[in-house]
Design a protein around this ligand. Structure first.
Ligand SMILES: Nc1nc2c(ncn2[C@@H]2O[C@H](COP(=O)(O)OP(=O)(O)OP(=O)(O)O)[C@@H](O)[C@H]2O)c(=O)[nH]1
Ligand SMILES: [Mg+2]
Length: 299
């Protein structure tokens, strides 16, 4: 029996969360076209007949100047140092290796873990471009393996799982067979609401927004054929102008955010959802310890 932790690390937006969801075969981590979507460590457990791999999705490694962003990078590096194996994700077709990428690489080197280089998004690359890309990357670190795949289409993802099994330690499963994550339904729901805000707002608004579930009422969850869950959530922003954007003209934006999040949450919970959203200004919450706590980002 093999069992261990696999950290998924890399620069923002390379597809780490998409890969986690693909490995799990269901949606756990939120995904968006904007960088810095993931804000914390996300555990997803995959069981196979003779193996348990506990994948840890992480926030993208970037240059952070304090506050929420520094906390995100810190969590990614901590997760990397706790893991047995690392997957360093890059995206095919990304331009020259810039200084931020070099820094991320040096952080992986410092962690001294067996590390596979995973080249994601090969669906978006002409096949002839892959070999030059591998050439450019192969000597930048002592990779245990180099693995091109597409997290979006699933191409080569099963092969990745088999490839990393050999680097997992021998051991009994760490989590019971039915467990797939350690996130509560409450936190998952907050994330699904935040995902819609990321997708439906622009500029700095996504980065100034947090979602806190204030009330999660399951008293009618077992009632009727599908049951009902009632959620009241606060959307935190940093400024009045951002509040106006999130609410939109006559509340249209907030309504759309709620409608789309509801579809996703009902799928997750297997119940009907009654969702109430309130927008609250919490000045500069991303920059202070107190603000981070209020937004649900405990130390
Ligand atoms: N074409 C293509 N797009 C992909 C692939 N994997 C992910 N994407 C897209 O890349 C964008 C970022 O994906 P995420 O999974 O959120 O990336 P991430 O690395 O988790 O990003 P952060 O959490 O911000 O660090 C999304 O628009 C995805 O749909 C892939 O294999 N091919
Ligand atoms: Mg992510």
């Amino acid at each position: 029996m093999k069992a261990g932790f696999v950290a998924i690390v890399g620069r923002p937006n390379v597809g780490k969360s998409t890969l986690l969801n693909r490995l799990l075969g269901q949606k756990l981590a939120i995904v968006s076209p904007k960088p810095q979507t993931t804000r914390g460590r996300i555990l997803g457990i995959v069981n196979r007949p003779a193996a348990q791999a506990a994948f840890l999705d992480t926030p993208g490694l970037h240059t952070a100047k304090g506050g929420l962003n520094a906390r995100m990078v810190q969590q990614a590096l901590q997760t990397l140092s706790d893991a047995d194996v690392a997957l360093f994700l890059i995206e095919a077709g990304s331009p020259a290796i810039d200084s931020a990428t070099r820094k991320a690489l040096s952080q992986v080197t410092a962690a001294r873990k067996p590390t596979l280089l995973v080249i994601n998004k090969i669906d978006a690359l002409p096949r002839t471009a892959l070999l030059p890309l591998i050439d450019r990357w192969k000597d930048l670190h002592a990779w245990t393996e180099i693995y091109p795949l597409s997290a979006l289409t699933g191409e080569n993802v099963d092969g990745l799982f088999d490839a990393l099994l050999k680097y997992l330690p021998e051991g009994e499963p760490m989590f019971p067979a039915g467990q797939w994550t350690d996130l509560s339904e409450r936190d998952l729901c907050a994330e699904l609401i935040r995902e819609q805000i990321l997708r439906q707002t622009e500029k700095e608004v996504p980065y100034s927004t947090a979602v806190v579930v204030e009330e999660f009422d399951e008293s009618e969850r077992a009632v009727g054929p599908r049951g009902l869950v009632r959620i009241t959530a606060s959307v935190l922003v940093e400024r009045d102008s951002q509040k106006a954007i999130v609410i939109g003209k006559r509340g249209a934006r907030l309504k759309e955010i709620g409608t789309r999040a509801r579809v996703e949450i009902e799928r997750l919970l297997g119940a009907k959802l009654f969702l109430q959203l309130h927008v609250r200004v919490e000045p500069g919450w991303t920059q202070s310890a107190k603000g981070l706590r209020r937004a649900g980002y405990e130390e």
